[in-house]
Design a protein around this ligand. Structure first.
Ligand SMILES: O=C(O)COP(=O)(O)O
Ligand SMILES: [Mg+2]
Length: 216
C-alpha cells in the first residue's frame, strides 16, 4: 500500500486568505460595515465556514443568521479562485511526492463545493485520491473522524499516513486518529498551534525531506 499524505487546504496547499477576505468584506459592506484587516481574517480561518461567518459577524456587530451564512457561502463558492494560488513550492512538492509513489488526499474544513471549485480552478482535481470537505462527514477537524473518513475514502492505511496542516485542528485530528502531523509553518496558524506535531516544516521546500523522515 502506498504512503498517504493528507493535506489541509487553506493555509497549507493554498493561500486562500485573499479570496476569503474579499468575500467577508463584501458580506459586511452589504450591511454598511467596515472591511477587515488580513490579520483579522487569517485568525478567523480554520473551524469551517459557519465559525468564520459567526466570528466575522461578531467582529462587526452583526447578528449571525443562516441567511448571512448562505449569502457568504454562495458568494465565496462562486469566487473562491479569483486570486487564490498554491503557495510557492507546493506544486513541486506534490510532483515530487507523486514521483516517489505517495498517494495524496485533502482533508479541509472548507465546504466540499468550494473546495472542489478551487481545486478544479487550480488544475488539481485529478491529483487527490480523496477530498474530505468540512461538510463531507457528520464531523470535521479537530474530530479525528474527518481525517479517518478521508483516509478510508483514499484507500489509505493509518499506519502509513501523515497529516500536513497549519492549524491546531489539524494536529488534534491527526493525534486523535493516531497519525503523525507535520505542521505547515508558512500558513495561517501560530507557532503555539504546532504543539503535539511530529515536526514543523518552515517552507514547502522542506515538505518532502521531512515526510520521508516521518514515513521512510
Ligand atoms: O475553512 C476553514 O475554516 C479552514 O479550512 P482548512 O481546514 O482547509 O484550513
Ligand atoms: Mg488550514
Amino acid at each position: 500500500m502506498p504512503r498517504l499524505a493528507v493535506f489541509d487546504l487553506d493555509g497549507t496547499l493554498v493561500d486562500s486568505a485573499p479570496d476569503i477576505h474579499a468575500a467577508l468584506d463584501r458580506l459586511v459592506a452589504a450591511e454598511s460595515r467596515p472591511p477587515f484587516t488580513r490579520a483579522e481574517v487569517t485568525a478567523m480561518i480554520g473551524d469551517g465556514v459557519r465559525a468564520l461567518v459567526q466570528r466575522a459577524a461578531a467582529a462587526r456587530g452583526l447578528a449571525f443568521s443562516e441567511s448571512l451564512l448562505d449569502a457568504f457561502t454562495a458568494d465565496y463558492t462562486a469566487r473562491a479562485a479569483e486570486t487564490t494560488v498554491l503557495f510557492p513550492g507546493i506544486a513541486a512538492a506534490l510532483d515530487r511526492l507523486a514521483a516517489e509513489g505517495w498517494a495524496m488526499a485533502v482533508c479541509t474544513n472548507k465546504p466540499a463545493a468550494a473546495t472542489a471549485a478551487l481545486l478544479a480552478a487550480l488544475g488539481l482535481d485529478g491529483r487527490f485520491a480523496a477530498v474530505g470537505g468540512g461538510d463531507s462527514f457528520p464531523v470535521r477537524k479537530p474530530d479525528p473522524g474527518h481525517l479517518l473518513g478521508t483516509l478510508r475514502a483514499a484507500g489509505g492505511d493509518p499506519a502509513r499516513a501523515v497529516m500536513i496542516g497549519d492549524h491546531r485542528n489539524d494536529v488534534l485530528a491527526a493525534r486523535g486518529a493516531g497519525l503523525p502531523c507535520l505542521f505547515a509553518g508558512w500558513g495561517y496558524g501560530t507557532p503555539a498551534m504546532a504543539e503535539g506535531a511530529a515536526g514543523i516544516a518552515a517552507s514547502p521546500s522542506d515538505l518532502v525531506p521531512l515526510l520521508r523522515d516521518i514515513l521512510p
